[in-house]
Design a protein around this ligand. Structure first.
Ligand code: KIV
Ligand code: ZN
Length: 336
């Protein structure tokens, strides 16, 4: 059996950080129910200290989704944030506190105004405090992709020793490339002595359109959790799109050699729901879930798919929960 890649959905947290994408609690609960139908492994429901609404959303999602999948709340590496996340998750069946602090020099100097040593101390203290609330603690090294490699290794070793079960290596600003990002993951596996005691997670933003490619490169180099959002919504240009990652892994098992637990036939419904709830329209040519993703207009293609769908379809519309492909009769269709 191939390795499983854990799907950590952050539509309700990073996705909701898309300009104009705010959802109220009822809407977040609707989305969370659909994420459960999709069978994501982790639902990041919000950032409890950010607002009363986020706190309530995390609390209510944890109260509603009680089937054992993890419900995560985000917290900066401060006592106040972690205590608030712990409080929001206190009745969850499988709570996860996700704590983070930046590790790149640019963030340390200009945002945190902390030394590297201070950041390590803070990260370790945050993990230990989160462990007072739950066993399942994830640590993120914000802006990891722009962090100095030796320092990143030291931080990751320290937080694993402190008890983090998942270590997330975000490309916070979508700056990396598939080759470079894969190398970061491989280097962590080679150099961090206790890396086997944690799952390596990746979290890629899409500023240069590389979010999905970077995530998949990380999987090929040993990452076993991918953080992503439905329709790729998220801060700025968005996050890696869940449907693209899941269908790439499903379609190209020969290359990736891993699997996910996602019920792919729920993908189309999830995409429509998130678009309706957030008002963010899915572009027609979007991979997997765009209106044209299974539409054929060129006559040669129509002829091909009518003879055998595999001529121009590498996955079926049914596999993502659509009834059938669409033959568009347009000027490219020809007479045949
Ligand atoms: O992009 C990022 O670095 C984040 C972290 C909080 C995980 O969203
Ligand atoms: Zn992010």
């Amino acid at each position: 059996m191939s390795d499983k890649v854990i799907i950590f959905d952050t539509t309700l947290r990073d996705g909701e950080q898309s300009p104009g994408a705010s959802m109220n609690i009822e809407e977040k609960l609707d989305a969370a129910r659909q994420l459960a139908r999709l069978n994501v492994d982790v639902i990041e429901a919000g950032f409890p200290i950010a607002s009363e609404g986020d706190f309530e959303a995390v609390r209510q999602v944890a109260a509603e989704i009680r089937d054992g999948r993890a419900i995560a709340g985000l917290a900066r590496a401060t006592n106040a944030d972690i205590d608030r996340a712990g409080e929001a998750l206190k009745d969850a069946v499988s709570p996860r506190i996700h704590t983070f602090i930046a590790t790149s020099d640019i963030h340390l100097q200009h945002k945190l105004r902390m030394t590297r040593e201070q950041v390590i101390e803070r990260a370790v203290a945050a993990v230990k405090r989160a462990l007072e609330y739950c066993d399942d603690v994830e640590f993120s090294a914000e802006d990891a992709a722009r962090s100095e490699m030796d320092y990143l290794c030291q931080v990751i070793e320290a937080v694993i020793a402190a008890g983090a079960k998942t270590v997330n290596i975000p490309d916070t600003v979508g700056y990396s490339t598939p080759m470079e990002y894969g190398t970061i993951i491989r280097t962590l596996k080679e150099r961090v002595p206790n890396i086997d005691q944690a799952i390596i997670s990746v979290h890629c933003h899409d500023d240069l359109g590389m979010g999905v490619a970077n995530s998949l490169s990380a999987v090929m180099n040993g990452a076993r959790q991918v953080e992503c959002t439905i329709n790729g919504i998220g801060e700025r240009a968005g996050n890696a799109a869940m449907e693209e990652i899941v269908m790439a892994i499903a379609t190209r098992g020969d290359i990736y050699g891993v699997h996910t637990g996602i019920v792919t036939t729920e993908i189309a419904r999830a995409s429509r729901l998130v678009s309706d709830l957030t008002g963010i329209v899915v572009q027609p040519n979007k991979a997997v879930v765009g209106a044209n993703a299974f539409a054929h207009e060129a006559g040669i293609h129509q002829h091909g798919v009518m003879a055998n769908k595999q001529t121009y379809e590498i996955m079926t519309p049914e596999s993502i929960g659509l009834p059938e492909n669409v033959i568009v009769l347009g000027k490219h269709s020809g007479k045949h």
